[in-house]
Design a protein. Structure first.
Length: 545
């Protein structure tokens, strides 16, 4: 029995590793779905309204997933190109995660996903949509006793349930038919007494996800149809009195998909035309700048959690009103910083926050202060877990260990070649559009790559012609070497992000690579159980012969 003790322990270890990997993967995803801003229970109080208005109404036309390159194509979107020629336009810069839910929350609150308390990932089902807890432009309009309306995808209804929206049309559809219904519902509001109207058009995003991605002709076809709907919206407005803002929430990668940190997903078009606007091309703006700019146009308060700035260079503001806007923005930033520092348990000397940059620096400093303490502890634990096996292998170094390490290297090359080259998948959240994308596809690739690695390593070393016990030990050794190599990016992610998202969002690049490694560990350890038995049986067969 003692002869097989190591094998039994190895098999039990495989079961435990597989179970822990499954629990860890589930826990990480759950923590992102349920993540809440540290301001969730203690949002900063809204300030006073700015007072002076520049327009009769603001109409936000949010074209889901519209890329900058598509928006600039006059043959595809002539209406939008025409608006750009007579209005102010720029490129919006955003931050991961580049999903719709966090982007919509950023646009409407003026706060980045780490703070705005929106859902970091899109809601898995419509009944799991979370309502805004931070101040937003609809709430600001409601406090100013103005009316507002929303026509768009069903998620908006749940998000804005506490924001005082006066009229709404919400559809579960995402295609052209749904967009037609959205515009028809919004048309009566355009000539009504509504100060803020949001029109959300979704078919471009639908084409990217379901009809071949942005490089497919269906993408441009969807963009052309949206452009016609935009033209219909414009015909119902008087741009000498009203203001239209056309923008997107995120881009899409060429193969279709978004959510990650790819540059194409983090830039969006921005066109603002009509009353109160100074036409021209402007430098890049931030996604958080939209909400405070809408507030300035309508004279409401700047949303209390806003991290952006009023786009003063684009607005025809009387010089006497600039001081009031500057004072209100500085006061709002001070209250936001105080609320954030209190919520994460970090305090510092009061600062003069006269620019968005000064606010961002202060918020980053508070966040870094707490992270440095957590990462020190996590770094020590990760280093011990990484170096202890490496030290053991160094002490025990021999041809067998070198052969198993070479096998682990072959596995990594095989898996990543299939993942990145054959399937063309990015190492980011943009690769995940379903549970299958997150688990099944990388799991199958892991099993194929590990099975091939096991076969080649076993044949090269003649394992099948040894005793069954030796063959089993060799397979277990390969399994645990591969698991160890895959554990390294998991430990790196742990060092930076911890086990789960708690009071701040993770670094999504390292988190994704770590998550992908956890999925591989799950399937490699499970397959290692089967291949250990197969090795023993094959060795028994060949040894008997």
């Amino acid at each position: 029995m003692n002869t097989y003790r190591g094998i039994i322990l190895g098999l039990v270890g495989c079961i435990l590793v597989a179970g822990c990997a499954g629990l860890l993967a589930s826990d990480q995803m759950d923590s992102l779905y349920t993540y809440q801003s540290p301001l969730h229970d203690a949002p900063p109080d809204p300030g006073e309204p700015l007072g002076t208005t520049l327009t009769r109404k603001v109409v936000l036309v949010l074209i889901d997933a519209l890329r900058v390159d598509t928006s600039l194509d006059g043959e595809v979107m002539p209406t939008l190109v025409g608006l750009r020629a007579q209005g102010a336009w720029a490129t919006i810069r955003s931050r991961p995660p580049s999903y719709s839910a966090p982007a919509w929350t950023t646009i409407l609150t003026g706060a980045w996903p780490d703070i705005n308390d929106g859902q970091a990932l899109n809601p898995p089902t419509d009944d799991l949509v979370r309502a805004f807890t931070q101040d937003d432009i609809f709430s600001a309009v409601d406090r100013s006793m103005l009316n507002s309306a929303v026509s768009g995808y069903a998620w908006f209804e749940g998000m804005l349930v506490h924001s005082g929206v006066d009229a709404g049309f919400y559809t579960p559809g995402e295609d052209h038919s749904a967009d037609l219904d959205v515009v028809q519902a919004a048309l009566p509001w355009l000539s009504g007494e509504y100060a803020l109207i949001l029109v959300h058009l979704d078919q471009v995003d639908y084409a990217g996800h379901h009809v071949g991605g942005p490089v497919d002709p269906s993408w441009n076809a969807a963009a052309r149809r949206v452009d016609l709907l935009l033209a219909e919206v414009i015909t119902h407005l008087d741009l000498s009195l009203d203001t239209v803002i056309v923008l997107s929430d995120h881009g899409q990668i060429d193969r279709g998909g978004h959510g990650g940190h790819e540059a194409i997903t983090l830039v969006q078009p921005f066109v603002m035309v009509g009353a109160g606007i100074i036409p021209g091309q402007y430098a890049d703006i931030q996604q958080v700048d939209i909400a405070p700019t809408v507030a300035a146009l309508l004279g409401t308060n700047i949303p209390a959690s806003s991290q952006g700035r009023v786009l003063l260079e684009m607005l025809a503001i009387h010089p006497t009103d600039l001081g009031a806007i500057h004072y209100a923005a500085t006061d709002q930033r001070a209250r936001l910083l105080a609320a954030y520092q209190s919520s994460i348990g970090v305090q510092s000397a009061p600062k003069i926050l006269d620019t968005p940059l000064s606010l961002e620096e202060a918020l980053d400093a508070a966040r870094a202060s707490r992270l440095s303490v957590e990462r020190t502890t996590q770094g020590v634990i990760a280093s011990i877990l990484a170096l202890a096996p490496a030290g053991y292998m160094f002490v025990k170094r021999n041809r067998r260990v070198a052969r198993l390490l070479a096998g682990a290297g072959f596995y990594l090359v095989s898996f990543n070649f299939a993942y990145a080259v054959l399937l063309g998948r990015p190492y980011s959240l943009s690769a995940i559009n379903s549970v299958s994308d997150a688990i099944v596809t990388p799991g199958i690739l892991a099993m194929v790559a590990f099975g091939l690695t096991w076969l080649l390593t076993s044949l090269r070393s003649g394992v099948f012609r040894t005793f069954p016990r030796q063959a089993a030990e060799s397979s277990l050794g390969l399994t645990f070497i591969v698991i160890y190599v895959l554990l390294l990016p998991v430990l790196w992610s742990y060092c930076l992000n911890g086990i789960q998202a708690t009071w701040t969002l993770p670094d999504f690049s390292s988190m994704f690579v770590g998550f992908l490694s956890i999925i591989q560990i799950l399937f490699v350890s499970a397959l290692g159980l089967l291949l250990t038995g197969a090795s023993s049986l094959l060795a028994h067969f060949f040894h008997a012969k």
